[in-house]
Design a protein around this ligand. Structure first.
Ligand SMILES: [Ca+2]
Ligand SMILES: [Ca+2]
Ligand SMILES: [Ca+2]
Length: 607
């Protein structure tokens, strides 16, 4: 028998736990250690040829059965000595279901039955030179608050957690993180969209605290360093449209267009962050002159949006006014400062890109100028995605043309509307070849696809209905697509029942979703399939992705051509257990189940 030092130390730890009141009861008949514990996280590979179990008592009799794909009983070797049991000669196959049943008797005739179920991993993954881009939105509305803070206490200091989790992100194939607005907000509990001082990243005692909801500036900078260590880019959430006051110190007398003077929350000077970092900080103040208008006066109350004296609303795609004190991008001081700030975040703090909030309410000319400025003043290839909340593809196209800047990508809201229909079961699956910006022949690669985000999936006050059903079908579509960039939502990845499924799907994207993407010719009747041809230099890349909208529980088959003749494919999603082998022309009958909670398959070539 193999002497395993790790087991010995684990036993010591278990005994220690007992001593301090752990759950292991001395004298209880139980498995006290097993190498299966190690495989819980890393998965069982076909190379595993031995399972070790150590019991709390010596064994008198042993019965072991290993079932392959729920039917075949495998020939295995069982060796027992004292309280140790070794099951060997396993001959495991890749991506196959196994069920191990172990029943043992101790010397007094007490019986103990243990069952282990596992699906084996592939023997190896393709090693592509450049993995696909995958963005993670690394927060959600409720993060670090209420029940979530109880259940996920590590999320209370987000910056620390992001640094710590960087290796896991890398393992999943995440290449970039969109982090929440890191600027000081009007109070510490705020998510960051109620921007107070854009230059204060949790460094100055302002608006009631030094830290932001997510931590301190030092912690943010450490997180960026840890993420860069794993080759993960970090995107800043830029809130350029509005400023929101903290309290009485921000009240000033301000003249409105038409002669009336009100008391408004529009005096933001001095701002400590700005005074420290902006060399022209003394040349103007952030008071009403830096804004176009407000919709509230201290004595007047809500009054609808009104311009300050001499101001006019900016030239925007939507209405310029959205909320609070609306920034005036025709003001040259403002223009200059926000450009300097944009470059500071990239060049001094280390950000690699931006997610830009509410861009249809920001001056279109200035937005384009700002994008060009930030890009041209950096050696990095800066990523920019705008939140232009426009739910038609034609509208997004119109917005892109209006901004006229090749650097800007946009969130694909119309594609998400298709996912909503998919969720309800009412989507015509054959239309999935043409939905959203991602399928636009000109602008497909400008699309950032998403299933849900901090606005569309909130527990209360959600701006849309969250995608409740067929979430994995939507993610499968998005994460296997050739065009566009997909964004995965933290709440789906770490706080949902789907997290293991989503992690497997991310691995499909990282390892197999390469080569040209191709629509098949038999989409419809509740099934959509999509092929990635694979890379010539990596013959074990490529895939067939299938999603369904049906609920019968039956398996649907589609004859699909791949670029892989005489090749065995496995469903990496584990929703269909049996492998499929293509003929000499690359054809096979691929399968997907018609069910809400298992209606997706990602067929990948075996290695
Ligand atoms: Ca203006
Ligand atoms: Ca505006
Ligand atoms: Ca404005």
């Amino acid at each position: 028998m193999k002497v395993n030092r790790k087991i010995f130390s684990l036993v010591v730890v278990l005994l220690l736990l007992t001593f301090v009141g752990g759950c292991f009861q001395p004298g209880e008949f139980a498995v006290i250690d097993s190498n299966m514990a190690n495989y819980k996280e890393e998965g069982v590979t076909p190379k595993v040829d031995e399972i070790n179990l150590e019991f709390s008592r010596d064994l008198a009799d042993v019965g072991v059965i290993l079932l392959e794909n729920q039917e075949t009983t495998k020939d295995i070797k069982v060796t027992q000595s004292g309280n140790q049991l070794v099951i060997s000669d396993l001959d495991l196959q890749p991506i196959t279901n196994y069920e191990l049943k172990v029943s043992v008797l101790d010397e007094a005739g007490n019986k103990l039955v243990n069952q282990y179920q596992f699906v084996t991993e592939p023997t190896s993954y393709p090693q592509v030179e450049q993995i696909n881009d995958t963005i993670l939105q690394s927060f959600y509305w409720e993060i670090g608050t209420g029940d979530y803070a109880q259940k996920y206490p590590e999320e209370k200091n987000l910056w620390k957690l992001l640094g710590k989790r960087a290796p896991d992100f890398s393992d999943l194939g995440v290449t970039a993180l969109w982090v929440p607005p890191a600027n000081k907000a009007h109070n510490k509990e705020d998510e960051g969209y109620a921007a107070y001082d854009l230059w204060d990243l949790g460094e100055f005692e302002q608006a009631g605290s030094t830290e932001t909801k997510y931590g301190s500036k030092e912690e943010l900078e450490q997180a960026i360093a840890d993420l860069h260590q794993q080759d993960i880019e970090v995107y800043y959430d830029g809130v350029l449209n509005q400023r929101i006051a903290h309290g009485e110190n921000n009240i000033e007398e301000a003249p409105l267009k038409g002669g009336e003077t009100i008391k408004s929350y529009s005096n933001f000077s001095p701002l400590k962050g700005r005074q420290k970092y902006y060399s022209r900080a003394d040349e103007f103040k952030w008071n009403w002159k830096a804004f176009d208008g407000v919709d509230y006066g201290v004595e007047r109350g809500a009054m609808g949006s009104k311009n300050f004296k001499g101001k006019s609303w900016d030239d925007t795609y939507g209405k310029d006014y959205l909320m609070a004190a609306d920034v005036d991008y025709e003001n040259e001081n403002v223009q200059h400062e926000i450009k300097e700030w944009g470059s500071w975040l990239v060049n001094d703090i280390g950000f690699d890109g931006y997610r830009l909030d509410a861009v249809k309410h920001i001056d279109s000319n200035y937005l384009s100028e700002w994008l060009t400025h930030v890009q041209e003043n950096s050696e990095k290839d800066i990523f920019f995605v705008g939140e232009a909340w426009i739910e038609s593809t034609m509208g997004l196209r119109f917005f892109i043309n209006g901004i006229g800047n090749d650097n800007l990508k946009l969130f694909d809201f119309p594609l998400r509307n298709a996912f909503t229909e998919l969720s309800y079961g009412s989507l015509n699956m054959s239309a999935l070849d043409s939905m959203g910006l991602v399928n636009d022949p000109m602008y497909g690669d400008r699309a950032v696809m998403f299933v849900d985000n901090h606005d569309t999936s909130r527990d209360a006050g959600s701006h849309k209905t969250p995608i409740m059903h067929r979430q994995m079908q939507a993610y499968t579509y998005m994460l296997t697509r050739e065009q566009g960039s997909p964004m995965v939502f933290w709440k789906d990845l770490y706080n949902s029942d789907n997290q293991e499924n989503l992690k497997r799907l991310l691995k499909v994207r990282k390892n197999y979703a390469y080569g040209a993407g191709r629509e098949v010719d038999n989409n419809g009747d509740g099934v959509y399939s999509y092929v990635r041809e694979g890379l010539e230099e990596h013959p074990n890349t490529g895939l067939v992705a299938m999603i369904s909208v049906g609920t019968s529980g039956k398996v649907a088959t589609r004859k699909i051509k791949t670029n892989h003749p005489n090749t065995t494919f496995y469903d990496y999603a584990r929703n269909i257990k049996e492998p499929i082998t293509t003929d000499e022309n690359g054809y096979a009958e691929f399968k997907v189940r018609q069910a809400k909670d298992s209606g997706w398959s990602t067929w990948v070539p075996s290695n």
